[in-house]
Design a binder for this molecule. Structure first.
Ligand code: B12
Ligand code: SF4
Length: 508
């Protein structure tokens, strides 16, 4: 192989908002590497299609034209087969080192090394920089932490490097068009987020909780002796947003992607002042009711908080503890609901369905609980999806409840159903309950009507009628949301494409 030239391509699969790869791009650029960030296809809710031959060939030609000597690919588990296929094709025509990173490569390193040259595990910023320097200077890879590669017919698995303690030192993501490419049907020389209305940012990394179905259950194990949940300073996060807004002129709201927006009081105080002064845009957060603090919530609301997404998942103690490793407190959820109502916050509850171990009675109890919550609220309904390496995955495999081919990576359930699709095959009872749950968030339906439907044995055995009713009421709700988003300036052609086709419709 010829000596690497320092030209690096980073490829994000179906993720234009991919923050991880943007952070890696920034650190490499800051250190003098000539990077090219390629967004290969966009993510469409419940409707992921394999790339066309034309798109694959556009990517191949672009990589050749850019004369790259190192290619970094970042992807989540469902995209494994696409990454394998593209890597095989690229390797036939290009003499470049291919590095895989992200959550799937972190967990399934040996499986990944069968295709790529180097796997980068865990956080990628410092590892990619060290790796790029070593390759450019023709040095050995020995001693570079967090990587995994083949050497003399064996596999070297280096120790993990410690987590980045001071997140403030990371260079901000860059949203300019310089060195950005977007392939979706055709090749465009621009950052696909140029006209975005919503900006995603994270003020922290990690999560204080350890739910069994979540990537945190993997990371906590890998980084078991480390301070896992890390916070950025309010100053740093507000500076990043201001920096991003100077390029992305159409942003109307900020979405905090922190796993759980939980910060100490002094942090919240400082953040609220700085955010209101320097940003001032409406924002939304993800939240765990275990951390509820009314005073903090009020301060956040006063500085622009509009929407809070909260996980309920289930109201069964058994399911919550045994299956999801979550503490369940219906009292706390109810309390949160009442406070949010008082603060006029837009509330979204997450619910997980299709758990093979859940009981019908528990789902009935879930409907009954949802009917006690103050309206209006939205629902994000998820179909339980098993990702490799999670606690849940290991237990379900051990107990023979699922087979290895049911785990994402081998399976691609996420392509068709992540947010619940009523068209996905499931038992009549499961379909019935999914439909009734979806009715609970339709404020225009009397609660008594939903209770009556819930008790109807005929509909339970013949759920087709209720399915069409659920779809019709959902369309009414989606139409109202569409109008609201247009009025608020939140709707863009891009968002419409992500969720606008019938099979991409969300149940809200
Ligand atoms: C925001 C978010 C989204 C957003 C935007 C995602 C995007 N990439 O554009 C939306 C809503 C679109 C989304 C969609 C999906 N998401 Co999502 N999402 C997240 C979330 C909450 C934050 C992502 C983030 O910004 N992290 C912060 C950055 C800094 O971390 P990072 O991405 O892991 O990157 C670091 C390392 O992984 C590594 N790295 C990453 N890429 C690369 C590449 C190279 C070359 C190297 C060396 C290193 C490297 O270095 C990075 C910097 O340290 C995560 C959970 C989480 N907190 O990570 C889930 C998460 C990534 N999502 C998940 C899933 C399942 C999905 C979907 C499949 C859902 C679906 N069925 O449609 C899609 C897939 C989209 C995609 N293209 O992959 C799972 C993935 C699990 C798995 N094993 O695959 C996660 C982990 C949540 C979970 N359930 O545990 N998601
Ligand atoms: S609270 Fe959310 S992000 Fe945190 S571990 Fe649980 S599911 Fe994952």
């Amino acid at each position: 192989m010829s000596r690497p030239n320092g030209n690096i391509a980073l490829i994000s699969f179906y993720g234009v908002e991919n923050m991880g790869i943007r952070f890696i791009n920034s650190i490499l650029r800051k250190n003098g590497f000539n990077t090219h960030l390629i967004f290969f296809k966009k993510w469409l809710n419940n409707d992921i299609q394999y790339p066309s031959e034309k798109e694959i060939s556009l990517l191949g030609s672009l990589l050749k034209e850019l004369d790259v000597s190192m290619i970094g690919m970042g992807f989540t588990s469902p995209f494994l087969k696409i990454a394998q296929n593209l890597t095989e094709k690229i390797k036939k025509t290009l003499d470049a080192k291919i590095v895989w990173g992200g959550i799937h490569a972190t967990v399934c390193l040996e499986e990944c090394l069968a295709y790529c040259d180097i796997v980068c595990r865990g956080e990628g910023e410092e590892t990619m920089l060290e790796l790029a320097n070593a390759l450019k200077e023709g040095r050995s890879l020995d001693g570079i932490k967090s990587i995994c590669y083949k050497k003399d017919n064996s596999i070297v698995i280096a120790d993990m490097r410690p987590l980045i303690r001071d997140l403030d030192k990371l260079s901000f993501p860059d949203y300019s068009n310089q060195g950005k490419y977007f392939i979706e049907g055709r090749l465009e020389y621009k950052d696909p987020l140029t006209n975005a209305r919503e900006l995603r940012v994270s003020a922290s990394r990690g999560c204080p909780f350890n739910c069994s179905y979540c990537y945190n259950s993997i990371m906590r194990k890998i980084y078991k002796n480390e301070h896992y949940h890390r916070l950025r300073s309010p100053q740093s996060i507000v500076s990043e947003i201001s920096h991003s807004l100077s390029t992305l002129k159409k942003i109307k709201k900020i979405k905090f992607d922190d796993d759980t927006f939980i910060f100490p009081k002094e942090w919240i105080d400082k953040f609220c002042v700085l955010y209101a002064r320097d940003v001032g845009l409406p924002f939304e957060i993800l939240f765990n009711v275990q951390c509820l603090d009314e005073e903090n919530l009020k301060k956040l609301k006063d500085s622009g908080l509009k929407k809070v997404q909260v996980g309920i998942q289930t109201v069964s103690c058994l399911e919550s503890g045994r299956d999801y490793n979550r503490k369940l407190s219906l009292e706390k959820i109810r309390n949160f609901a009442l406070i949010s109502k008082e603060f006029n916050l837009h509330v979204v509850y997450d619910i997980i369905l299709d758990n093979p171990q859940s009981q019908f009675e528990d789902k009935v109890a879930l409907v009954e609980f949802l009917l006690t919550l103050p309206r209006p609220f939205d629902l994000f309904l998820y179909s339980l999806t098993v990702f490799p390496g999670t606690e849940l995955c290991e237990r379900l495999l051990r107990e023979d409840i699922i087979k290895p081919e049911d785990v994402e990576g081998h399976a691609t359930k996420s392509f068709h159903q992540f947010r619940l699709s009523l068209s996905y095959p499931r038992s009549k009872e499961e379909l019935f309950i999914a439909c009734v749950i979806s009715l609970t968030s339709k404020s225009f339906l009397p609660r008594r009507l939903i209770s009556t439907v819930l008790k109807n044995r005929f509909l339970r055995k013949h759920p087709l009628l209720i399915k069409w009713f659920a779809i019709a009421t959902n369309q009414v709700k989606l139409f109202c949301i569409l109008i609201r988003m247009i009025i608020d300036g939140d709707m863009s052609l891009w968002k419409f494409q992500e969720y606008g086709a019938p099979k991409r419709f969300l149940i809200q």
